[in-house]
Design a protein around this ligand. Structure first.
Ligand SMILES: *[C@@H]1O[C@H](CO)[C@@H](O)[C@H](O)[C@H]1NC(C)=O
Ligand SMILES: *[C@@H]1O[C@H](CO)[C@@H](O)[C@H](O)[C@H]1NC(C)=O
Ligand SMILES: *[C@@H]1O[C@H](CO)[C@@H](O)[C@H](O)[C@H]1NC(C)=O
Ligand SMILES: *[C@@H]1O[C@H](CO)[C@@H](O)[C@H](O)[C@H]1NC(C)=O
Ligand SMILES: *[C@@H]1O[C@H](CO)[C@@H](O)[C@H](O)[C@H]1NC(C)=O
Ligand SMILES: *[C@@H]1O[C@H](CO)[C@@H](O)[C@H](O)[C@H]1NC(C)=O
Ligand SMILES: *[C@@H]1O[C@H](CO)[C@@H](O)[C@H](O)[C@H]1NC(C)=O
Length: 424
């Protein structure tokens, strides 16, 4: 019975992947054909515009007769921001800084949750070598306001493009707005129901229309771990992608995860009690692997290869906690999305910054205190292990090491080097 189920799921995943490959292949051949047409002067081009065939899933790519690619006027000035993080780095808060921007924002909170879930159901664990490409393609579709690919990963499958199961719908202002909010349907359990108003199940056609009407799209994800897998997304001429990589002290992340995902971190807890950490343990290796992924992504971004020029920004969560307003302004400036009074007011309200101290360089003592609480919670032994396996990552981001428990809990001793990661 269970086997049968698994086979069905695998078949679905395989179909999706095959379908997707076909799409890419047909697109590539479209492009090639188009290119040839352009380069052969004797082939007359019937009209001044050649529309790409595949307009259903890849809308509005227009080429001029002379081969210059232009984007549709409505596409101009649109921004596509990927907020890339790992769990417990404050990414929900940072996503909210954008979610609250105002009427021109279309924000999605962890849409790849569905993809990860479905893929790991099919393979009994996430197959990283497959999932990275699926993630990238789903992101691309979503940036283009096309939910069709995501739909194939939503469970239960949407009916007529309507779903009551979109993960954390309520975390997106745009998905609970007037035009997207359909009348309530009785007897339908909506786990992720809108908080601001009562709405019926989400009509993804309406969501897509709302998205198209917005200038800026921001997607937050903790599921993309390697920056280099996003290259073709960043280079896609239909998009204007910018990436914000959010990082945090790995010792703080571990401390926070031990609380948030207590069940998964039983081993760490017992190691903390025993005082012995088996460095060869799989979980320690996983921590090391995660740190290395984050570091390699950052190193790639900071090295500013041509394809990432002006498109990559590294932000430390600790700096956002210390200077929320300044950092928000910097991030907005980087993305090219206007910083609205609405966003500003939200920050004032949610960081307890007083109005007088709201200048962009004001320090937010309260949130920086919050962000340091972990120092009292994590046993020194575990902090030491993190320092061992994540050393190079910590060095790169400017997180100071501690030699003993006294220093760890001494809040006068800052664990943060002042470091600028600015590029423009
Ligand atoms: C694409 O759109 C054009 C014009 O809107 C239409 O003529 C053509 O049939 C469409 N092609 C497909 C494959 O839907
Ligand atoms: C190609 O066409 C576009 C739009 O019509 C125009 O702005 C551009 O100058 C042209 N480029 C060349 C090289 O003719
Ligand atoms: C993951 O996917 C790749 C290619 O799609 C395949 O070669 C590999 O065997 C898969 N690994 C697992 C563990 O399923
Ligand atoms: C979803 O919205 C679209 C666009 O308004 C509409 O055409 C469609 O009928 C709606 N679907 C359902 C199932 O109500
Ligand atoms: C905004 O970005 C520009 C370059 O893109 C830079 O010169 C300027 O200093 C930035 N301003 C702030 C407040 O970060
Ligand atoms: C500090 O922040 C916490 C939660 O963010 C809040 O409950 C508390 O009232 C704040 N304290 C001050 C002094 O602003
Ligand atoms: C705490 O750290 C500060 C700054 O490094 C140092 O001056 C102070 O002596 C430390 N206090 C204790 C109790 O170790």
């Amino acid at each position: 019975m269970r086997n049968k189920y698994a086979i069905i799921i695998i078949s679905i995943v395989a179909l999706v992947v095959i379908e997707k490959e076909n799409n890419i292949i047909s697109r590539v051949s479209d492009k090639l054909t188009l290119h040839r047409t352009m380069q052969t002067p004797e082939t007359p081009v019937s009209s001044s515009f050649v529309l790409m065939d595949d307009n259903s899933s890849y809308p509005d790519e227009i080429y001029t007769e002379n081969g210059t690619q232009i984007l549709r006027a409505s596409q101009k000035g649109k921004k596509h921001i990927l907020l890339m993080a790992t769990t417990r780095t404050g990414s929900s808060f940072v996503g909210e800084l954008f979610n609250q921007q105002g009427a021109n924002m279309f924000y999605l909170f962890e849409p790849l949750w569905h993809v990860e879930r479905m893929l790991s159901l099919g393979t009994g664990g996430t197959n990283t070598s497959t999932s990275v490409w699926v993630y990238r393609d789903v992101l691309k579709h979503l940036f283009l306001c096309d939910f069709s690919l995501l739909e194939s990963f939503i469970s239960p499958p949407p009916r007529d493009h309507v779903t009551h199961a979109l993960f954390r719908r309520e975390s997106s202002v745009a998905l609970c707005e007037e035009g997207v909010c359909t009348p309530v349907v009785k007897h339908v359990f909506e786990r992720y129901h809108c908080k601001t108003r009562r709405c019926g199940p989400l009509n993804l056609t309406l969501a897509s229309e709302a998205c198209q009407g917005k200038k800026h799209r921001v997607i937050k994800t903790v599921r993309v771990q390697q920056l280099d897998t996003l290259r073709s997304l960043v280079e896609d001429p239909q998009l204007d992608v910018r990436l914000i990589q959010l990082v945090r002290d790995p010792r703080a992340i571990l401390a926070s995860r031990m609380v948030a995902f207590a069940n998964k971190y039983q081993n760490w807890k017992s190691w903390a009690v025993n005082g012995e950490v088996p460095v060869e343990d799989e979980e320690v290796k996983r921590l090391e692997g995660n740190c290395n992924n984050i570091r390699m992504s950052a190193e790639l971004g900071l090295s500013q290869p041509e394809w990432l020029k002006n498109r990559y920004m590294l932000v430390r969560y600790e700096d956002i906690a210390r200077y929320p307003m300044q950092k928000a302004v910097e991030m907005y400036n980087f993305t090219g999305i206007p910083f609205t009074t609405q966003a500003r007011d939200w920050i004032l309200k949610n960081t307890h910054t007083s109005a007088e101290a709201s200048g962009v360089y004001s320090t937010q003592k309260n949130s920086s205190e919050q962000v340091e609480k972990w120092r009292l919670r994590i046993p020194f032994k575990l902090a030491q292990v993190v320092q061992e396996v994540c050393g190079p990552t910590m060095k790169l981001f400017g997180y100071r090491f501690v030699e003993n428990e006294q220093t760890l809990v001494n809040k006068t001793f800052s664990l943060l080097e002042e470091k600028e990661f600015t590029f423009s």
